[in-house]
Design a protein around this ligand. Structure first.
Ligand code: NAP
Length: 524
């Protein structure tokens, strides 16, 4: 995931940069120490209004941990706003920023104060406890000690950034990523400086939580930082070697138009064409995605080969029946028993399922799956994807379906319990996921579960994204549950399709924005 730090000489300039960054970034870091006259309220509201899915980090770096002004590519000065730093970070927490960043050197009392402040406000904001050494890279033993100190201070994410004096320094800092993973701890780890550039490229592949990239050349907030464009190009080159399509061929101008299709019936209401076409354009791919209402699936599949279509999405009612026409089925799709994505690799068609992973990515934004109990309402294709993903990520699914016989077939296959809808009140679980179409437009007054049945759940998720907030989710919010709409699942499953077809990471923020616009609603 890419984070663009915002630095600017005026608040107005920062607002302009936010507009552009929202289309490219997964995270935006508001560097309040590097935005002169930065108005936190305005900046956060601008990000939320432009792209609700982009996560916000608020940082106010101490002068001695920020880069030296002389290192800045455009020679701009560090605008040091130390006054009221804690108040500023608390304000960010009150405004529900996703993360605030505080240096380890601020001390355990200050970090503890922020942690308590977050907890009192429902723990919406996570704390990045960061360590910077702008001159050198400490020994491995010292890095581990720093990591443990960050961990003990209660960091949601540990951030370790040092200055690389030699190429070997990168190895020590990067080795902190697997070290953090062994402690089940999220980490951002990289080196600054020209010698540290390589660490910025490798860190995401090792599992770093995010990497920083500048919006434009000259807008770097740290020495050695690459631009978003450079980062994307390099990532795509590297990823391309292990993906079914060769992105170089996709991107080469001589290759001509890449065609992608949606196969389903009906498809007229689908938002996938708008979402995918916007993403393809932003990715710089000469491609077109069209929806086809399919009457004869076998003919349509022959058409994919005959017309040299690079990839296809598959939707209702063909997700299961399409499997018999494909040359190969990926293991996940095989186990789920449904395909929603086809990749055409020189005439050889492989089926994938990105629904399960899209749902997991959406869930991970709010909670961790491991050890949690999930009631899955429904036993259709989406329920299968949900059950598969939850088990794969260490959660415990319980199936609840209108037709108990159908529910039991799924439950037996995945070795999990199954109840009828009438018994829903007897179940205790952390999260409820609706995978039925009940409540979908135009039947927006309907809900699969009465509001009073939702009281025991910490989280309620609806896979429906039209409307963005179904009656189920409104009721759940009313009962104090945290909610996730089907929009994030929809965007992630689509983004994973694009990655399979092109080898390129699309802008999920842009995709989400397009869907919201199409739905004619602005997320609050
Ligand atoms: P499906 O295979 O037809 O399964 C639907 C399930 O819902 C069945 O188990 C059915 O129960 C249950 N159901 C239907 N009407 C019901 C009612 N009135 N009361 C109680 N249960 C009812 O459908 P699907 O492919 O899984 O799709 C389900 C929903 O997920 C759709 O709304 C679809 O748009 C959405 N979806 C969203 C995404 C996304 O990216 N956000 C992705 C895929 C699907 P029975 O077994 O009793 O018939």
């Amino acid at each position: 995931m890419i984070c663009i730090p915002i630095t600017a000489k005026t608040n107005k300039e920062a607002l302009q940069k936010i507009q552009r960054s929202c289309l490219l970034a997964d995270f935006i870091e508001l560097r309040m120490d590097l935005i002169a006259d930065g108005n936190l309220d305005e900046l956060i509201v601008a990000i939320r209004n432009t792209a609700g899915s982009v996560k916000i980090i608020v940082t106010c770096r101490k002068k001695d941990e920020a880069l030296a002004a002389k290192e800045l590519p455009d020679g701009s000065q560090t605008i040091n706003k130390e006054i009221g730093k804690m108040d500023l970070l608390k304000k960010a927490i009150s405004m529900k920023a996703d993360f605030v960043d505080i240096e380890l050197t601020e001390g355990t009392a200050a970090i503890g104060e922020l942690r308590d402040y977050c907890e009192k406000r429902g723990r919406v904001t996570g704390i990045i406890v960061s360590y910077h050494d702008i001159e050198k890279t400490p020994s491995l033993a010292r890095l581990k000690e720093i990591f443990n100190n960050c961990l003990e201070s209660g960091a949601t994410i540990v951030k370790i950034v040092t200055f690389a004096e030699s190429a070997e320094d990168n190895l020590r800092v990067l080795s902190m990523i697997p070290y953090a993973q062994k402690h089940s701890q999220k980490i951002i780890a990289m080196c600054m400086g020209p010698q540290g550039r390589i660490s910025r490229i490798i860190a995401p592949f090792l599992g770093a939580y995010l990497s920083f990239a500048a919006l434009d050349s000259g807008a770097q907030s740290a020495p050695g930082q690459l631009t978003v464009r450079q980062m994307r190009q390099i990532n795509n080159q590297i990823q391309g070697n292990r993906l079914p399509l060769n992105p170089e061929s996709v991107l080469s101008s001589g290759q001509g138009l890449q065609n992608y299709v949606l196969l389903g019936n009906p498809v007229a209401q689908s938002l996938s064409p708008a979402m995918h076409n916007a993403a393809l354009k932003e990715m710089g791919i000469d491609g077109r995605y069209n929806a086809f209402c399919v009457a004869d699936l076998e003919d349509a599949i022959h058409g994919i080969k005959g017309m040299d279509i690079s990839g296809a999405s598959v939707t209702i009612p063909y997700k299961v029946s399409v499997m018999e026409y494909l040359d190969e089925i990926h293991e996940d799709a095989q186990k789920i028993g449904a395909v929603n994505t086809i990749v055409n690799n020189n005439g050889r068609l492989t089926g994938y399922n990105t629904d399960w992973f899209g749902l997991m990515l959406a869930i991970r934004q709010l909670m961790s799956v491991k050890g949690q109990t999930f009631v899955i309402l429904g036993a259709g294709g989406t329920a299968r994807a949900a059950v598969y993903g939850i088990i794969k990520e260490g959660g415990l699914p319980i199936i609840v379906n209108r037709t108990i016989k159908k529910g039991k077939v799924l439950a037996d296959e995945f070795n999990c319990p199954c109840y009828s809808l009438a018994d829903l009140g007897k179940i205790k679980a952390d999260c409820l996921i609706n995978t039925t179409p009940v409540g979908m437009y135009p039947h927006t007054d309907q809900t699969p579960v009465e509001a009073k049945m939702l009281t025991g759940y910490k989280y309620v998720i609806d896979v429906i994204y039209n409307p963005l907030k179904t009656r189920l989710l409104c009721d759940a919010e009313g009962q104090g549950c945290r909610i996730i709409s089907g929009l994030d699942m929809f965007v992630h499953q689509g983004a994973e399709q694009l990655k399979l077809w092109t080898g390129i990471e699309p802008s999920r923020a842009l995709m989400k924005k397009v869907v919201i616009e199409r739905l004619g609603k602005i997320e609050s």
